[in-house]
Design a protein around this ligand. Structure first.
Ligand code: ADP
Length: 302
């Protein structure tokens, strides 16, 4: 199984022909309210990929709590490591215009309450059941860093999606088995401008130099570059017609984690992640766009 330590939000999205100017009001034509947050999205991706999946995260005491818990439950994520804390559930406030451009304000709220003690309790509660730990950076960085150390000590395979990118303490990197930044996150963390496979390899080496076992730089339609001490390898993307690339990275990481937990070798797990990422771009939205295991199998066997 897979343990995800991460964020849970209610994604509140308004769709309008164009964005309002500062101080202006425009009429929209659609609105959605769905489960989101990188932690929740990766948990859903992992569960849909067939892994028993626990999410350690925090929600508040408000009506959004029921909406996000319903979303997690509907996709088969185990809820016993989701804590309800005082205050409000985290919110991502999203606007989308006719061209598909978006802007987002994330208010962490309950997500700020996820602390090291909760992480330790969740690692203990899932001991012997979860073999892979998925981490991102939408919860307090100190919590993620603690989770990496505690997860490594507990014998879990630790996967970090360093999004949104932010500098981490040097002593965190050696606890990461696999890091999965996209181009912009890799660039922000390493200072290497990532534009192609060669620059992705240079960025990947930055993580290895700091003690990470395996760097996987995702390049959208350009596929992914895998860098280990044994060398670098470019995986080309599956061919699909992309309509909305939201959550491709979450589909990739969640599905990769599920495959590793199922005992797939890392190359096959990378391919499963890439197939899930490709499929997620063929449908609009975040958690509703995440593919199931059968669809991934179908794309992989062509
Ligand atoms: P993020 O959403 O974090 O920016 P990416 O866009 O790099 O992540 O997507 C993650 C993975 O999903 C890629 O490595 C690739 O395999 C797959 N993917 C993403 N976009 C496409 C696309 N347009 N066509 C095919 N595969 C894609």
């Amino acid at each position: 199984g897979v343990l995800v330590v991460g964020s849970i939000t209610a994604d509140v999205t308004a769709f309008s022909a164009r964005f309002p100017r500062r101080g202006e009001t425009v009429l929209g034509h659609d609105f959605t309210l769905v489960l989101g947050g990188k932690g929740a999205n990766q948990a859903v991706a992992s569960a849909r990929a067939g892994a028993r999946t626990w999410l350690a995260g925090c929600v508040g005491r408000d009506p959004f709590r029921e909406i996000v818990l319903d979303g997690l439950r509907a996709h088969g994520v185990e809820l016993d490591q989701v804590r309800t804390v005082d205050g409000r559930t985290g919110v991502a406030h999203i606007r989308v215009d006719a061209s598909g451009e978006n802007d987002i304000v994330i208010t962490p709220l309950a997500n700020a309450e996820l602390g090291p003690a909760m992480v330790d309790a969740s690692i203990a509660a899932t001991a012997g059941k979860a073999g892979v730990l998925l981490l991102q950076l939408e919860v307090p960085a100190a919590t993620t860093c603690h989770a990496a150390k505690a997860g490594r000590a507990a014998g879990l395979t630790v996967v970090l999606d360093p999004a949104p990118a932010q500098p981490l303490p040097d002593d965190t990197w050696p606890h990461i088995d696999l890091v999965t930044p996209n181009e912009s996150e890799a660039a922000e963390l390493t200072g290497v401008e990532v534009t192609d496979a060669a620059s992705a390899e240079r960025a990947g080496r930055w993580f290895l130099d700091r003690g990470v076992g395996h760097a996987l730089i995702t390049l959208g339609a350009g596929g992914a570059v895998s860098v280990t001490a044994a060398g670098a390898r470019h995986f080309t993307a599956y061919q699909v017609t992309a309509v909305d690339t939201t959550a491709a990275g979450d589909a990739f990481t969640g599905s990769l984690g599920a495959a590793l937990a199922a005992g797939d070798d890392v190359e096959r797990a990378i391919r499963r992640g890439m197939a899930a990422g490709a499929l997620a771009t063929t449908r609009p939205g975040a958690s509703p766009s995440l593919p199931g295991r059968d669809e991934v199998d179908a794309l992989m066997t062509g």
